[in-house]
Design a protein around this ligand. Structure first.
Ligand SMILES: NC(=O)C1=CN([C@@H]2O[C@H](COP(=O)(O)OP(=O)(O)OC[C@H]3O[C@@H](n4cnc5c(N)ncnc54)[C@H](O)[C@@H]3O)[C@@H](O)[C@H]2O)C=CC1
Ligand SMILES: CC(C)CC(=O)C(=O)O
Ligand SMILES: [Mg+2]
Length: 368
């Protein structure tokens, strides 16, 4: 039988820096655990634009459709801000998400004990925090038509459209209810049903799905603005949060700071099952290309490393190995190893991106 296939799209800014550490960890699993992958690499975002004049080449898109999973670093950067929106780096990522139909974006926010002091909130509010944000990823404001910058009455008008169909809400709601069933049995759905028709439909459909198939789950609804406030007031009231594309983007960056740093947050973008029964999948950190620290060896690779742990769990049925990798990251943090984003007042050991990667590998070795 052939090895499972992985396509690595490191992208821009700190993307290649954090992905280099993940590649060392992939090699470790091959050498030490006999878990070998057929790894190929390609370009996305600004890197693809520089090479091909488009943020995602058709050949790369085709490869992404064929592999068992895609790992992505990050896209974008100030160099590309002047580009027409149709070829901006971020469009490459949006195209991947849309054409792979990765409708459920799982963004766990977990506060490791060693980082409870780094949160923007008091330790007792975040210690032990473990929530899962399920963000709809292929529709809503980032994809709705019409979109563009038009001229009306001699002035420019920028338009984006928040659009959701029942079936789009239904499928992501089911994904979130299934997760809630495996976790704490609680789901909070967030929208703005008070001021948006798409929010009214969202609330209706989530309620219908609940009534039909998930009555064992405790369902609540919350306006997303209150949700943002509750998330920083008392985050442990939540288990699974279900929300749309735009609100999910904002709420998950907000949740990042509960865990200590945006550099800690992984994500899995999942679609419908493939022939092998595993979902179509792309794994990527929640953070972007961090141009302010790119090229300096300062980036925290943990978000990308933990995204690979999610790949082990969801794409390769290797829950035990995912646990091993997550425990290694937790151990390294407990040992006080700190990239710059985690350096505050606890006098930990400063680490570069690659020193953090080496520490995780040492912890993996110690786990054998
Ligand atoms: N999935 C993706 O590829 C995403 C791409 N972007 C793009 O990235 C570019 C920069 O966007 P920003 O708004 O600055 O967001 P960002 O997430 O790149 O950075 C925000 C802040 O967090 C810090 N940060 C992020 N990741 C870090 C890490 N691993 N270790 C240490 N510090 C980290 C950065 O230094 C910066 O101060 C833009 O072009 C944006 O469109 C933004 C978000 C997601
Ligand atoms: C396409 C991305 C740049 C949007 C974003 O910030 C995200 O998905 O987290
Ligand atoms: Mg974002």
């Amino acid at each position: 039988m052939s090895n499972p296939s992985l396509l690595i799209l490191a992208g821009d800014g700190i993307g290649p820096e954090v992905m280099a550490e993940v590649q060392r960890i992939i090699d470790w699993f091959g050498d030490k655990r006999g878990l070998k992958f057929d790894v190929s690499e390609d370009l996305v975002g600004g890197a693809a634009y520089d090479a091909h004049g488009v943020p995602l080449h058709d050949d790369t898109m085709a490869k992404a459709q064929e592999v068992d999973a895609v790992l992505l670093g990050a896209v974008g950067g100030p160099k590309y801000d002047v580009l027409d929106f149709s070829v901006k780096p971020e469009r490459g990522l949006l195209r991947l998400r849309k054409e792979m139909d990765l409708f459920a974006n799982l963004r766990p926010a977990q506060c490791f004990d060693a980082l409870a002091d780094f949160s923007s909130l008091k330790k007792d509010i975040v210690a032990g925090l473990d929530i899962m944000i399920v963000r709809e990823l292929t529709s809503g404001s980032y994809f709705g038509e019409p979109r563009g910058i038009f001229t009306e009455n001699n002035e420019r008008v920028g338009i984006n459209t928040q659009r959701y169909t029942e079936s789009e809400i239904d499928r992501v709601a089911r994904a979130a209810f299934e997760l809630a069933r495996k976790r704490g049995g609680k789901l909070c759905s967030m929208e703005k049903a008070n001021v948006m028709e798409s929010g009214i439909l969202w609330r209706d459909v989530v309620t219908e799905v609940h009534e039909a198939d998930y009555k064992d789950i405790e369902l609540s609804h919350m306006y997303a603005d209150n949700g943002a406030m509750q998330l920083v007031r008392a985050p442990k009231q939540f288990d699974v949060i279900l929300t749309d594309n735009l609100f999910g983007d904002l709420l998950s960056d907000c949740a990042a700071m509960l865990t200590g740093s945006l550099g800690m947050l992984p994500s899995a973008s999942l679609g419908a099952p493939m022939e092998n029964g595993r979902p179509k999948a792309l794994y990527e950190p929640v953070h972007g290309s961090a141009p302010d620290i790119a090229g300096e060896g300062k980036a925290n690779p943990c978000a990308c490393i933990l995204s690979f742990a999610m790949a082990l769990r969801y794409s390769f049925s290797e829950g035990g190995e995912a646990d091993r990798l997550e425990a290694a990251v937790e151990q390294v943090l407990a040992d006080g190893v700190r990239t710059g984003d985690l350096m505050q007042a606890d006098g930990g050991t400063p680490a570069t991106t690659s020193e953090m990667g080496s520490a995780v590998i040492a912890a993996l070795d110690a786990s054998l």
